[in-house]
Ligand binder design. Sequence first.
Ligand SMILES: NC(=O)c1ccc[n+]([C@@H]2O[C@H](COP(=O)([O-])OP(=O)(O)OC[C@H]3O[C@@H](n4cnc5c(N)ncnc54)[C@H](O)[C@@H]3O)[C@@H](O)[C@H]2O)c1
Length: 380
Amino acid sequence: MKKINIGLIGYGFMGRTHSNAFRQAPVFFKHGHQPVLKAVCGRNAEQAQAFAQNWGYESVETDWRKLIARSDIDLIDIATPNNLHFEMAIEAAKAGKMVMCEKPLAMNAAEAEQMVSAVEKAKVPNMVWYNYRRVPAVTLAKQLIDQGKLGKIFHYRAKFLQDWTINADVPQGGTGTWRLDASVSGSGVTGDLLAHCIDTAMWLNGGIDTVTAATETFVKERKHAVTGKMQEVKIDDASAVLARFTNGSLATFESTRYARGHKALYTFEINGENASIFWDLHDLHRLQYFDYRDASVTRGWRSIHVSDGDQPYMKNWWVPGLQIGYEHTFTHQFADFVAGLDEGKNAAPDFRDGLKTDYVTDAILRSAQSGRWENAKGRA
Ligand SMILES: NC(=O)c1ccc[n+]([C@@H]2O[C@H](COP(=O)([O-])OP(=O)(O)OC[C@H]3O[C@@H](n4cnc5c(N)ncnc54)[C@H](O)[C@@H]3O)[C@@H](O)[C@H]2O)c1
């Protein structure tokens, strides 16, 4: 059993989900590599220490450059705000470390291109944490599509809705609200929420060629948590997109943090000539499936409870009928990454896949400015 010494940067929300995955994956999925929680890095030594103790990390660093320079670290896991991904990933690749990076891969596609070059030049295993691919019901959707069950696909419809920034007193910048500061996040809901929808969509339904979009910033000025001053808000609060896939299908995507009543409503629906699929994050273990080829008297939407041993990932968990949840998507992704190491290949999505999503989100933001259809397959 080969050891993988992990150095995690960032001990916030994603630092927790990843740490949980590192602990659970080797217990539930048997592979030839054993993760070791070697070090966690955060700027506050006391908080980093408390995190290390809670999750079982052997050591703590407060300077990410020192962590990357350590010879006893094999893999750098980046779970920091978006503006830090670029420098950290490039440094890690240069140091010959494997790199796992949170999404969106970068602030924009120009940065992401350099990150792809860095990991490919260094030939280091790499992955982006688009975790929703690993919801068993979503993986089942992929299998059904790949088996041709839907036939020709006409429509892809996805949305990701939240409601936590409606209050104009929510600040921008700082801990917890860095997502509202464009200099840290790169963009608003397009890079944060819609990026998930785009990644899943391209995985399920192939590449996106062109997009046209409208975005809106509903609250134009917010106090900055660090400077204390009222400053212009430069993120998109809401994003509405039309897209054309290479396979000829048409898509609508929507994301906002102004949908009162929705905490994290990520849904998608796919309509093919023979069948349709619907999935909802709030009911994540179910896949809704309609097949026109069923006998007409009993034809209708089926609600598939994805919890049986022959359904994706489920044989590694409990007994048939018992469902799993959000945290398992990260465990599955890390388990697949380790399986990739055993086989000498990257688990998808790798940095190159993450770049493709950045091309689409950049094109969406460009179109919102230009009012035109924009190429989503590369940089303008
Ligand atoms: N895959 C998903 O579903 C998902 C969900 C949430 C967030 N994310 C992504 O994960 C990343 C982190 O988001 P989060 O919600 O965990 O944020 P968070 O604010 O909860 O945590 C960020 C962490 O980074 C640390 N950090 C900031 N600057 C640092 C520095 N210079 N050196 C070391 N540590 C530093 C902070 O102290 C904090 O521990 C973002 O890129 C975000 O887009 C992905």
